[in-house]
Structure formats: structure tokens, C-alpha cells
Design a protein around this ligand. Structure first.
Ligand code: G6P
Ligand code: MG
Length: 215
């Protein structure tokens, strides 16, 4: 396969925002009297905002109106934005900059496919916004991962056919989205969990251009 583009997920791949999502959801769950642990938060990785809220409400046996759901999502997001406002380039995972440099040098395009509506803000805080040839996020798609829409949008924006793209993801739903998009999937995390990926690495620092080209 000739790899012409690598499309990265953001949360859990390029930086660790899970702790901030957890704190913001936890504050909301406490207010609603619903138990919510860091272990529960694992279930929400890669899951969009509404899906996450509904998962938490379900734990408490609550069904709310759409207006009430919208109010709670707004409340959680305002808290989350306060927490991530303090992020800096130091929050970028080690290995991201060297890998981006290798990709750029080889003429491989760099894309982002994120389920977060805050993706543009986060990459700005991390100081890497200008390094992406195209950014696709939850503001531009209708269907969330595991639907392939956000990866296909990124490939289209990059002008590269899906079969020449590699996707990098830490969530199971994301790996499924990459596979359904007809791209090659690389997992970040545990190989037993991310069984749909062609190759799994513990972190981005373990990925090199050479092993990407071998896929
Ligand atoms: C990513 C995270 C999820 C989060 C989702 C939506 O996929 O892994 O935990 O719920 O983005 O994020 P947002 O910033 O739009 O609320
Ligand atoms: Mg992720």
C-alpha cells in the first residue's frame, strides 16, 4: 500500500483529555445524584457528547427531554472548556512532533478526525493546528464513530482516496470507523481491546514512518 495520508484521532492519541472529560462529567453526575467513576469513563472514550450524556443518565435510570439534555450538555461543556483552557504544548504526547516531522518530510499528508466539537480549540492549545492539512471534527458530521463519516470527510478534505490513508485511534468505535472507511487501522493502547486494528502500539511515540510504510 502506498500511504499518502495519516489521519489521527485527537483525544487519547495526540493528548490526554480524558481526565478533563471525566472531571466535567463527574461534576454533572454528582449534581444529578448518579454514581460515575473513572472506570465508567472508559466507556465514554470516543463516544460523542450526547451519547456520553445519555450513557450517564441511563446509569441513573433517567430519561430527560431534549431541552433538558441540551442544557446539561451545555453545562458540562462550559466546565470542560474551563478545564482545557489551561492546556499547552506541554500536554502534547511525546512522539507526536517527531512523527509529524517524518510524515511532512516524506510528503505524507496529516489529517485529524475527531468526535469532539472542541477539537479545533484543543489543537490550537497544543500548538499543532497549523500542522494539519485538514481537520474534520464533530461539528461537520451527522453520524458519529463507529460510522466512517468523519474519517471519509478527512480523506476527502486531504484529497486522498481512503485506500491510501492510515487511521490512528485509541477507541474501539474509532477503529471500526477506520475499517468501515476502507482505510488501514492503527490502534493506540491494548491489542486485546483494539482487536480490529492491523497493528497496535502502546503510544504514538512507538510509531515510525518505517513501520507505517510496512502496513
Ligand atoms: C472524544 C472523546 C469523548 C468525548 C467526545 C466528544 O471522542 O474521546 O470522550 O465525549 O470526543 O467531545 P466534545 O468535546 O464534543 O464534548
Ligand atoms: Mg480517542
Amino acid at each position: 500500500m502506498s500511504c499518502r495520508a495519516v489521519i489521527f484521532d485527537l483525544d487519547g492519541v495526540l493528548t490526554d483529555t480524558a481526565i478533563y472529560h471525566f472531571r466535567a462529567w463527574k461534576a454533572l453526575a454528582d449534581e444529578l445524584g448518579i454514581a460515575f467513576t473513572e472506570h465508567d469513563n472508559e466507556q465514554l472514550k470516543g463516544v460523542d457528547r450526547l451519547g456520553s450524556l445519555r450513557w450517564i443518565l441511563q446509569q441513573g435510570g433517567l430519561t430527560l427531554s431534549e431541552a433538558e439534555e441540551a442544557r446539561l450538555m451545555q453545562q458540562k461543556n462550559a466546565h470542560y472548556l474551563e478545564l482545557i483552557a489551561h492546556m499547552t504544548a506541554a500536554d502534547l504526547y511525546p512522539g507526536v512532533q517527531p512523527l509529524f516531522a517524518q510524515l511532512r518530510q516524506s510528503g505524507t499528508k496529516i489529517g485529524l478526525a475527531s468526535a469532539s466539537k472542541n477539537a479545533a480549540f484543543v489543537v490550537e492549545r497544543l500548538g499543532i493546528a497549523a500542522q494539519f492539512d485538514y481537520i474534520a471534527d464533530a461539528n461537520q458530521v451527522i453520524n458519529s464513530k463507529p460510522d466512517p463519516e468523519v474519517f471519509l470527510l478527512a480523506a476527502n478534505g486531504l484529497g486522498v482516496a481512503p485506500q491510501h490513508c492510515i487511521g490512528v485511534e485509541d477507541a474501539l468505535a474509532g477503529i471500526e470507523a477506520i475499517n468501515r472507511a476502507g482505510m488501514k487501522a492503527i490502534g493506540i493502547g491494548d491489542a486485546k481491546v483494539l482487536s480490529g486494528a492491523l497493528k497496535v502500539y502502546p503510544d504514538v511515540a512507538a510509531i515510525t514512518l518505517t513501520n507505517l510504510l510496512k502496513l
